[in-house]
Design a protein around this ligand. Structure first.
Ligand SMILES: *Cc1c(COP(=O)(O)O)cnc(C)c1O
Length: 226
């Protein structure tokens, strides 16, 4: 069994290879290690190997990990569904929230972000493949939500996030990622730090890098099965 350090090295090498192949700037795709359902020990191994960014979906589990490591050099991203009664703890404990899908949640995060912390980085989650079962805002509603969120002073709107419908072929995966990229490019001017296109998981990594992803989110291929 490869170690977590070896898995991280392999994924970084794969990302660099795709960046090169698709004429992306080297290092322009960041890696978010999705650590939901993974143990403290495994996360500690990843930290030792140099990983700083972690994604979590479940608040209680995440809070235990954040307080266990209590390390300001780590960056915790909330990427799960958000219930409105959880926004306060999310606003107090995370550096990023990638799963904002309506204004009510954005406003609560803004109002509850503690004064002593910098503005909370957020991404708007888009239901890019327009699936009934997926979370995220509909494509048609994204521009309005971007405008609204850009006006909240305690949030920094960094970009868009999506979990595209699974497709087998690279070209079909690229079409899904491209839809998100085009939407993102058209919204650039609405926010000051709109630099994040969060797309790409284990099975569509190549397509995502080809289409300009700036942050891929990988769990199982780093830590093993949950
Ligand atoms: C779980 C999850 C991932 C990572 O999934 P893996 O299959 O473990 O690589 C990425 N993004 C989101 C939003 C997730 O919930």
């Amino acid at each position: 069994m490869p170690t977590i350090a070896e898995n991280l090295l392999n994924i970084h090498q794969l990302i660099r290879r795709y960046e090169n192949y698709y004429h992306r700037e080297t290092g322009s795709t960041e890696l978010l290690a999705v650590s939901k359902g993974q143990s403290i020990d495994k996360i500690a191994d990843a930290i030792t190997a140099g990983q700083k960014r972690f994604g979590e979906n479940y608040l209680q589990e995440a809070l235990e990990k954040i307080s266990h490591f209590n390390d300001p050099s780590l960056e915790w991203h909330f990427i799960g569904a958000i219930q409105s009664n959880k926004t306060k703890l999310i606003a107090e404990n995370f550096q990023w929230v990638q799963s904002v899908e309506n204004f009510k949640i954005a406003e609560r995060l803004n109002d509850q972000r503690p004064e002593h912390l910098p503005p909370l980085n957020i991404c708007i989650q888009v239901n890019i493949s327009e699936e009934d079962t997926k979370s995220g805002v509909a494509i048609a509603d994204v521009p309005e939500l971007v405008k609204q969120c850009a006006n909240l002073p305690r949030l920094t709107l960094r970009g868009l996030m999506a979990i595209p419908q699974q497709k087998k072929l690279l070209r079909d995966q690229r079409v899904e990622c491209m839809k998100l990229r085009l939407l993102w490019e058209n919204l650039y001017e609405n926010a000051n730090f709109f630099d994040t296109l969060s797309v790409g998981m284990s099975d569509d990594l190549e397509a995502a890098v080809a289409e300009g992803s700036t942050m891929v989110r990988i769990g199982t291929k780093i830590f093993g099965k949950r």
